[in-house]
Ligand binder design. Structure first.
Ligand code: GDP
Length: 444
C-alpha cells in the first residue's frame, strides 16, 4: 500500500537529514520532490498545491530555522500536514441518541459496499451493538444473496425482500426494515444500496429517495482506493447527488497509489471513517489519519499493530506460553497456538509492514511468505497430540508418516523438529538471562 509514494517521500526527506542548516534552496528542492511524489501518486492537483504551499511556508519559517535539528523539524511538518489532509482527528461513527442508528452505504458498483456492510456489522457486533443489515440493492443480480451471505458470516440478521416479489422497491424495503429494526430492537441498521458502473442520475435519485425514507445518521460514501483521481470525481458526484457524511476507503491492500486517500477528504470536506484492506470480514478498521500519515512516511504503525495483537492474543494463553518457554517446556502444541494467534492478525507481510523502517526492508519482507507458515501449520497438524507434547518421540518412521500425511518431504519435517528444539533451547536461555516468564527458568 502506498509503497512508491512512501519510498519517494522518505527519499526526499532523507536528503535533508544529511544537511545541517537548511537554505531556502534546500527546502524548495525538497518541496519539488514531494510535489512530484504526490502527483505520481495521483493526488488531486489542487490538494498538492495547497499542501506544498503550506510545507514551504512553514519550513522557511522560524520553527525550522531555530530548531536544533532543522531536517527533523521539516519531517515533523510534513507529517503534521499529511495528518491534516487525511482529516486530522480520528472521526468516530455518529450514533443516534434514540436507536436505531441508521447507516446508509452509497457508492459505485464494485466499490465494496456489500462486503463493507458485513465488515461493519461484525465490527459493530464486537463493540456490543446488535446490528441489522438491509438489502436495498435490488438491481444487481445476487446482491441480496451476497448480503445475506456476509450477514450470516458476521453473525447478524439481514432484512431482505422476500424472493419472488418481482424486483421490488428499495425505498419500501428500507422503510419496512427500519420498522422491523425498532420492533426487534436492533440498535444499528446498515443499509446497502445499489451502485452502477458509472455515476448516473437514476442511481443518484434512488439513493436520495432511500435517504429521505430512512433519514440516516450517517451516509457513508464507499470508494475503491485503487481508482485514484477518479475517486475524487465520483465523490463529487455523490456529494452533489446524495450528500454524505463520511468516506470509507476500500481495497487499500491493493496496489493503491495513495491519490484517493490523500485527496478525498480535502476535496469533499468529509472525513474518512473506515479503511478496508482485504476481502475477509476482519480486514477492516477505523481510519486514523495520524497512523496513516506515519505509515506513508515510513515511520510504521506500531499502534495498530499493538491493537491487533491485543485482540488476537489471549492474555492467559500468552502467559502460559511464556512460562513454559522460560522453563524449556514449550511444546509444538503451544507453538502452533501462538502461530495461529499471530496469523489471526492478518497476512504476515502486512504485519511486518507496520513496523518502523519496514519501507527499507521491502525485499526481505517479500520473502516472508504465508505459504511457508501454512506448511509449518500442516506439519504440526499432521502430528498426534502426544507427538506435539513431546517432540522427542518423533523418530524416523513417525517422521515419514507425518510427511506423508501433511504432503511435505521428510526433510521438511526434520527441519521443523530440529529448528523447534534449537529455538526452544535458545529461548529458555534468553528467558533465564532476562528473567522474563513466570516459570522456573534459571535466573543466573
Ligand atoms: P459492491 O458492488 O459495492 O457491493 O461491491 P462488493 O462488496 O461486491 O465488492 C466487489 C469486489 O471487491 C468483491 O470481489 C469483493 O470481494 C472485493 N473487495 C471488497 N472490499 C475489498 C478490499 O478491501 N480489498 C480487496 N482486495 N477486495 C475487496
Amino acid at each position: 500500500m502506498f509503497d512508491t509514494l512512501s519510498d519517494r517521500l522518505t527519499a526526499a526527506l532523507q536528503t535533508l537529514t544529511r544537511k545541517g542548516k537548511l537554505s531556502d534552496a534546500d527546502i524548495d528542492a525538497t518541496a519539488r520532490e514531494i510535489r512530484i511524489a504526490l502527483l505520481e501518486a495521483d493526488v488531486a492537483l489542487g490538494v498538492v498545491k495547497t499542501f506544498i504551499a503550506r510545507i514551504k511556508e512553514r519550513a522557511k519559517g522560524a520553527e525550522v530555522s531555530q530548531a536544533l535539528n532543522p531536517a527533523q523539524q521539516v519531517i515533523k511538518i510534513v507529517n503534521e500536514e499529511l495528518v491534516g489532509i487525511l482529516g486530522g482527528e480520528t472521526r468516530r461513527l455518529n450514533l443516534a441518541k434514540t436507536p436505531p442508528t441508521v447507516i446508509m452505504l452509497a457508492g459505485l458498483q464494485g466499490a465494496g459496499k456489500t462486503t463493507l456492510a458485513g465488515k461493519l456489522a461484525m465490527w459493530l457486533k464486537k463493540q456490543g451493538h446488535a446490528p441489522m443489515l438491509v438489502a436495498c440493492d435490488l438491481q444487481r443480480p445476487n446482491a441480496v444473496t451476497q448480503l445475506q451471505v456476509v450477514g450470516e458470516r458476521a453473525g447478524v440478521v439481514t432484512f431482505a425482500p422476500e424472493p419472488g416479489n418481482g424486483v421490488g422497491d428499495p425505498v419500501d424495503v428500507a422503510r419496512r426494515a427500519i420498522a422491523e429494526a425498532k420492533h426487534a430492537q436492533h440498535d444499528v441498521v446498515v443499509v446497502d444500496t445499489a451502485g452502477r458502473l458509472g455515476v448516473d442520475e437514476e442511481l443518484m435519485k434512488q439513493a436520495a429517495d432511500i435517504r429521505d425514507a430512512v433519514n440516516p445518521d450517517e451516509v457513508l460514501f464507499v470508494v475503491d482506493a485503487m481508482i485514484g483521481q477518479d475517486a475524487v470525481t465520483t465523490a463529487e458526484a455523490f456529494r452533489d447527488g446524495v450528500g454524505f457524511s463520511g468516506v470509507v476507503l476500500t481495497k487499500l491492500d491493493g496496489d493503491a497509489r495513495g491519490g484517493a486517500a490523500l485527496s478525498v477528504r480535502e476535496v469533499t470536506g468529509q472525513p474518512i471513517l473506515f479503511a478496508s484492506n482485504g476481502e475477509k470480514l476482519e480486514d477492516f478498521d477505523t481510519f486514523h489519519p495520524d497512523r496513516m500519515a506515519s505509515r506513508i512516511l515510513g515511520m510504521g504503525d506500531v499502534l495498530t499493530l499493538i491493537e491487533q495483537a491485543e485482540q488476537a492474543f489471549d492474555q492467559k494463553q500468552a502467559e502460559k506460553a511464556a512460562e513454559k518457554l522460560s522453563s524449556g517446556q514449550l511444546t509444538l502444541e503451544d507453538f502452533l497456538e501462538q502461530m495461529l494467534a499471530v496469523r489471526k492478525m492478518g497476512p504476515i507481510g502486512n504485519l511486518l509492514g507496520m513496523l518502523p523502517g519496514a519501507g527499507q526492508m521491502k525485499d526481505q519482507l517479500a520473502q516472508v511468505d504465508d505459504k511457508h507458515l501454512d506448511k509449518l501449520q500442516a506439519i504440526i497438524r499432521g502430528m498426534t497430540p502426544a507427538e506435539r507434547e513431546d517432540p522427542k518421540m518423533i523418530n524416523g518412521s513417525r517422521r515419514l508418516r507425518i510427511a506423508n500425511g501433511s504432503g511435505v518431504t521428510v526433510r521438511e519435517v526434520n527441519d521443523l523438529v530440529n529448528r523447534f528444539f534449537e529455538a526452544r533451547k535458545m529461548m529458555a536461555q534468553m528467558a533465564g538471562r532476562f528473567g522474563f516468564g513466570g516459570g522456573g527458568g534459571s535466573k543466573s
